[in-house]
Design a protein around this ligand. Structure first.
Ligand code: RBV
Length: 454
C-alpha cells in the first residue's frame, strides 16, 4: 500500500508495517552503517555487553530521533540487547533514506523518510505509539508530548493524525516506565511539563550530562552546522561577516568554527549578560540583532527561542544574505514574516529558498529554517554521537533496571547518574588512547581536607 507520494509501506509476515522511502537503498545503508560503527567505539563496547546480557529481551523501545547512520548504531545496540525497536523521525528533513532501508533489513520498525510532510510526521509517531513502548527515547519531546495529549484528551490536528493509526485508545502512556531526552529544547519542554505537574512519567535528561552537552552541543553543532551551510550553499566562509544568535553551548561551537574558517567578523547576539561577556572575552563582538542584521553575510540562530530573526530584521538585511537555524525547531526565524515581506520565492538550490523583497534585495533561507546541520548535512559526526548515544543506551538500561523505583519518582526530569556519565567519558578517553594521571593517596587526602591553609 502506498501512502502519500512515493512512500513504501512494507508489511511483514508478522503483520507489522514500516513506512520508508525506498527499500532498494538497503545495501548503501548497510555500508554507511559499517562506516559509522567503526567510528563509534564506546557504543560498540556497550553493544557487545548488551549482546551477552540481553537485558532488553521482550522490551519495546519507542524512539523519536533523527534517523541517521549514528542513530542506526544506537538501534543496533538495543537490538543486540534483545529489544524490539520502533523508530520514527524527530524532524521532517533529517532522515537518511538509505539508513531507514538498512534498519528495516536489520529488523527495526522504521517510520521515517526525508521530506516528510506534517501528516507523515505524526502518522510515524502514531506507529511508534501503537507499538505500546515500555521506554521512550525522544529528541525534542514530540513523542512524549503526543502520549500526554492522548491521555489528557487534548485534540488537535497532530493528535487526529495519530488517532488514524491507534484509534481511540488514550492510555498507552500508562504502560511506559520511563524515557530519555536527547536535546536542550526537549529538556526545556519536559521541565516545563514537570513544573506544571503535567509530566506523567520520569525522563532521564541525557542532554544535561556533561559527556553529552560539553561535546555534542559544542563541537558536534559547531562542525555540523558549518557543514550544513557549506553543503547548502558551497559558499566561502572566509571574509564573511558571520552572525550567531545565542552563545550557549551550540552558539559557542558554531562561533569557534566560523572563526577557524576565516570569517572576517564573528558577531554574537545575546539576551544573557554572562554569555555576552564570555563572547567578548573570546574576542567576538556582541550587539543586538537589529544592528547585526544590517551587516551580516551569514546569520545562524542557535537560541531555542522563537522569532529571533523577524520582520524588522529582514527589513534591514543586506542583499544576498544567508539566514539559517541550528536550533531544534523551525521557529527561530519567523518564516511567515519573510513570506509576507517577499514578492517572490524561488528554490534556487536544493536547500536554499531565495526570497526577493519589494526593493529587489534577495534573502536566502536555508533548509526551510529547520536545523541546517541535519537538513542539508548529516548531523553530528559519528565520533561525537558515540558518547551521546552511549549515554542513551545506558539511560535505557537504567530505566529498565530501576523501573520499580522510577514509578515512585513519577513525572520528573532526572539526571543520568554521575558514575554512568563518568564511565562514558573514561571509555571515550580509552578509545582515543588518552591516558590520565591518577591521584596519589596524599593528593586524594589533600583534596578532601579543609585543614591545610597557607
Ligand atoms: N543529533 N543527532 C545527530 N547524527 O544522529 N546529529 C545531531 C545524528 C542530535 C544532537 O544530539 C542534538 O541534541 C539534537 O540532534 C538536536 O535535535
Amino acid at each position: 500500500m502506498i501512502f502519500g507520494d512515493f512512500i513504501l509501506t512494507i508489511e511483514t509476515e508478522k503483520g507489522e508495517t514500516y513506512e520508508i522511502r525506498d527499500f532498494s537503498l538497503k545495501n548503501e545503508g548497510l555500508k554507511t552503517m559499517e562506516w559509522a560503527a567503526s567510528r563509534m567505539p564506546v557504543l560498540q563496547f556497550i553493544k557487545k555487553r548488551f549482546e551477552e546480557d540481553k537485558p532488553f529481551k521482550g522490551i519495546r523501545i519507542g524512539a523519536c530521533l533523527h534517523v541517521t547512520k549514528e542513530t542506526s548504531q544506537l538501534c543496533e545496540a538495543w537490538l543486540a540487547g534483545g529489544a524490539e525497536v520502533y523508530l520514527c523521525a524527530s524532524n521532517p528533513l533529517s532522515s537518511q533514506d538509505e539508513i531507514t532501508a538498512a534498519l528495516v533489513s536489520k529488523g527495526v520498525n522504521v517510520y521515517a523518510w526525508k521530506f516528510m510532510d506534517t501528516e507523515g510526521y505524526y502518522r510515524a509517531i502514531g506507529h511508534v505509539i501503537n507499538a505500546r513502548p515500555h521506554i521512550t527515547i525522544d529528541d525534542g519531546a514530540d513523542l512524549v508530548s503526543i502520549l500526554h495529549k492522548l491521555k489528557r484528551g487534548e485534540r488537535d490536528e497532530e493528535v487526529e493524525i495519530v488517532q488514524k493509526i491507534i484509534g481511540d485508545v488514550t492510555d498507552i502512556i500508562d504502560g511506559v516506565w520511563g524515557g530519555a531526552e536527547e536535546t536542550t529544547t526537549g529538556i526545556i519542554r519536559l521541565q516545563a511539563m514537570a513544573d506544571d505537574g503535567a509530566l506523567l512519567y520520569p525522563i532521564m535528561a541525557t542532554n544535561s550530562s556533561p559527556s553529552k552537552n560539553l561535546f555534542d552541543n559544542v563541537y558536534g553543532t559547531g562542525q555540523s552546522s558549518i557543514d550544513g551551510i557549506l553543503r547548502a550553499t558551497a559558499d566561502l566562509i572566509a571574509s564573511k561577516v558571520f552572525v550567531i544568535a545565542g552563545y550557549g553551548h551550540c552558539g559557542k561551537g558554531v562561533a569557534m568554527r566560523a572563526k577557524g574558517m576565516g570569517a572576517s567578523r564573528v558577531i554574537i547576539t545575546e539576551i544573557e549578560p554572562h554569555a555576552a561577556l564570555q563572547a567578548v572575552m573570546e574576542g567576538m563582538e556582541v550587539m543586538p540583532m537589529i544592528e547585526a542584521a544590517k551587516i551580516a553575510d551569514i546569520i545562524i540562530t542557535a537560541t531555542g527561542c522563537k522569532d529571533v530573526v523577524r520582520k524588522e530584521h529582514f527589513e534591514v538585511m543586506k542583499d544576498g544574505v544567508i539566514a539559517c537555524n541550528t536550533g531544534h525547531f523551525n521557529v527561530e526565524i519567523n518564516i511567515p514574516d519573510l513570506d509576507s515581506l517577499a514578492e517572490n520565492k524561488v528554490k534556487i538550490r536544493p536547500f536554499v529558498d531565495q526570497y526577493t523583497m519589494e526593493d529587489g534585495r534577495k534573502i536566502n533561507l536555508l533548509g526551510e529554517g529547520r536545523l541546517i546541520n541535519l537538513a542539508a548535512a548529516e548531523g553530528h559526526s559519528p565520533e561525537i554521537m558515540d558518547t551521546s548515544f552511549a549515554l542513551q543506551a545506558l539511560a535505557t538500561e537504567y530505566i529498565l533496571k530501576n523501573k520499580e523505583q522510577l514509578k515512585n519518582i513519577g513525572g520528573r526530569v532526572i539526571q543520568i547518574p554521575d558514575d554512568i556519565d563518568n564511565n562514558v567519558a573514561l571509555l571515550k578517553c580509552k578509545a582515543l588512547g588518552i591516558n590520565l594521571d591518577i591521584l596519589t593517596p596524599g593528593q586524594e587526602k589533600y583534596l578532601s581536607s579543609w585543614h591545610v591553609g597557607t
